[in-house]
Design a protein around this ligand. Sequence first.
Ligand code: NDP
Length: 601
Amino acid sequence: MSEQALNDAIDFDPDALRDRYREERDKRLRTDGNEQYVEIKGQYAHYLEDPYVEERIERDPLTDEVDVVVVGGGFGGLLAGARLREAGVKNLRMIEKGGEFGGTWYWNRYPGAACDIESYVYLPLLEETGFMPVEKYTRAPEILEHSKRIAKKYDLYNNAALQTEVEEVRWNESLQRWIIKTNRGDAMKAKFVIMSNGPLHRPKLPGIKGVESFKGHTFHTSRWDYAYTGGSPAGGLTKLKGKRVGIIGTGATAVQCVPHLAEGADELYVFQRTPSSIDVRNNRETDWDWAKSLEPGWHKHRMENFNILVSGGFASEDLVNDGWTEIIRNLLFIASQGDNKNLSPEKLAEIAELADFKKMEQVRSRVDEVIKDPEIAEALKPWYRQFCKRPCFHDEYLAAFNKPNVHLIDTNGQGVEKITETSIIANGQEYEVDCLIYATGFEVGTDYTRRSGYELYGRDGKSLTDTWSDGIQSLYGMNVRGFPNVFIMGGAQAGFTANYPHLLEEQSNHIAWVINEADKRQASTIEPSEEGQSAWVDRVLEKAVMRTKFLEECTPGYYNNEGKASERSGQNAPYGGGSVEYFEILDKWRNEGEMSGLELN
Ligand code: NDP
């Protein structure tokens, strides 16, 4: 690429942006990392109560035996259940804490809740269920309905244990079975256990001084209290009339509910530590002619196309063509301004950074276009690379700050100072509120078993927490030595993708294949070999380098362990080779059919 062509393609000062990004990150770096948050238990336990259950299910404790127990009724569990049914598994039990299937979408019903990954790639099993979402970006109620549709189609209600929380999973060597204990007094047995507890499952509170003392009404966004606010996920929070509401947090959740709070409350105070990047959403109705024209296999093809593009790969077409894939279009544009053949990885990284600057400049200029007050506009601008934090896409969030009843309380990266019985204190100022809403997200970097809410005891009674005390050990993120016949669905040591259900789809196919194969080969247990597991961990560590470097430069958040990298960060992270490569590894492994790295007994 000629320097001239490159200069023509960029209309910003990269050095100035680099400096600004660093300055904004440094301002937010803190030594306590994840410790800054309060674990929701004890005096805070009421924040976890399920406000959505209409009637408690009464049943006797279960002490029977099933072939497979699936913990978690969200997309991961539903996909695993569906693929196992397809593989002929009949004796299957889904265990779910909530009163329904749906997982994330069971809990997150806050006003405006919706998914901003395109619905045609986000929703699983569209071809299998014959369902087509009504809009390009689906809303939470439609997703919840789709979860129920999947459960019905694959007969997953049958034998399910809903409103049931697992408390312990323990291997019984003489029986060669897992014993699963729950809060319903169950002690059921299972040959296989699949755990799909959800990556953003356990809400967290900020460890702000005085957080326990607030006497007004309060709740976390994942347990929305419609009895207090009125309205529904579609909005209409009429009971907030006459009320002063404070919301802490400005992540993807707050972005979706703030416009509705702005509509309903008399006064709304939005406490911001770091602004989100808010790009165009442009939702629209599904083009039904297009939907009818789709050929079998379209869903997988579209998911793969999206995943390649958002993973920084190249594809000849961009089927989804939205704000997620735009960065790659910028990258291609910049790269095409000269000789783009045989670019070194360093040059490619440089171009990717420029494409990112270009994208974020556009996001920042949108703030200026929408916000009337220049001071507020400045405070709403994000200064970091697009994928340092979860990018957001919304067409009403920014405009809400033009309303006279909406007050942005920007804390210049420092967060809220203190909470009292009646108020929130930030920047030395006190804001009295009737209702305080925590949009402060979910635990990510804490121990797996703390997040799942139960311990797993494998061979010789050794716990998973102890086994992983020096970092995660696994084969492909799914199987762990010492824990025969257990499968973990999730992102650690697996391929990260912005379209999380895509990962769950690939993992569920893999798990169903392994269970089916173990059955065919009459194995009573499968478990990673010492060598198989350590080879995968070594590969994860080796590939962690590039991603670690990127994340170090980022402003703190849950993507980079709150800016506090630890020795375990690389090992506990997603596979650094990316999801495209990870899916290929799994696919190749199954095609080879040797089950290498696993011991079958
Ligand atoms: P996040 O973890 O993304 O956001 C938490 C927010 O709380 C951040 O803005 C954080 O600021 C702020 N915060 C934390 N502590 C303090 C403090 N002491 N004072 C002030 N602010 C504080 O949680 P969300 O629930 O918003 O989103 C979680 C994830 O869920 C998303 O990242 C996304 O993956 C998913 N999601 C997806 C949606 C979709 O459309 N598909 C919609 C909603 C959520 P800071 O940034 O400085 O840490």
